[in-house]
Design a protein around this ligand. Structure first.
Ligand SMILES: NC(=O)c1ccc[n+]([C@@H]2O[C@H](COP(=O)([O-])OP(=O)(O)OC[C@H]3O[C@@H](n4cnc5c(N)ncnc54)[C@H](OP(=O)(O)O)[C@@H]3O)[C@@H](O)[C@H]2O)c1
Length: 212
């Protein structure tokens, strides 16, 4: 299904306020996230299952949304898409084979706000999509998997979230706050799979009081 811009963007008064957005990303310390249309690393199965658990976990009778750029949609092997048990929303100026294709971020925010059964909205990539969503104050939180290896990348996350916990306009939250928000006890400290080390983190905008 493709939603023309004018259908959902024209009358804000009839729509719920857009939900807050949580970006979920795995990035190196240099904020590298992709290479040649795919992930720069292989074999992080537990990391992928964390992504699946967190994005799927919703209250009874509700479902979470995953919002992605067209290239990320196409990078998901056809047998795995749409990502199951989640409302898949693809952003593209053209058409795709996804159930919901929306032409821009503003319309997507209206659309997400209008879905009464939808609980959390995750932006799941890629680089262009993260950049477009961070321009909106609704993008309030980042679930970062900090990949500690030095992988070759050609696609990058648009802001720097430093290992020492500093970042412009963003603050790293505690492990307890991460656990509470995702709804599970997240593995603590350095994880390792296939000789790749990584850490689960959560960041929030420091001006989050202004975000919806
Ligand atoms: N490490 C991670 O956590 C992670 C997560 C996801 C993806 N990735 C990687 O990231 C890479 C893909 O990222 P990418 O930046 O190349 O592509 P992308 O953001 O996935 O998709 C870009 C496409 O999305 C559409 N789009 C994005 N922003 C838009 C906007 N504001 N308005 C309208 N359309 C918009 C456009 O589609 P049209 O051209 O059709 O108009 C654009 O060409 C891959 O390597 C992937 O594996 C990594």
């Amino acid at each position: 299904m493709s939603l023309p811009t004018q259908n959902t963007h024209s009358d804000h008064s009839n729509l719920m306020a857009a939900r807050e957005l949580t970006l979920i990303v795995a990035a190196t310390n240099k904020m590298g996230i992709g290479l040649a249309g795919t992930l720069p690393w292989i074999g992080l199965k537990k990391e992928l299952s964390y992504f699946a658990r967190v994005t799927k976990r919703a209250g009874p009778g509700t479902i979470n949304a995953v919002v992605m750029g067209r290239k990320t949609w196409e990078s998901i092997p056809p047998r795995f898409r749409p990502l199951k048990d989640r409302l898949n929303v693809v952003i593209s100026s053209g058409s795709t084979d996804a159930e919901f294709t929306i032409s821009n971020m503003e319309t997507a925010l209206d659309f997400l706000g209008s879905k009464l059964v939808q609980r959390k909205a995750f932006v799941i990539g890629g680089g262009q999509m993260y950049k477009a969503s961070l321009e909106h104050k609704e993008a309030k939180r980042i679930l970062l998997t900090r990949v500690l290896g030095d992988f070759e990348c050609d696609t990058f996350f648009p802001i720097e979230l430093n290992e020492d916990g500093t970042a412009d306009g963003w603050l790293r939250k505690s492990k307890q706050e991460l656990d509470e928000w995702v709804g599970e006890t997240v593995p603590e400290g350095i994880q390792e799979e296939n000789e790749t080390k990584y850490v689960f983190e959560m960041w929030e905008r420091t001006d989050s009081a202004e975000a919806i």
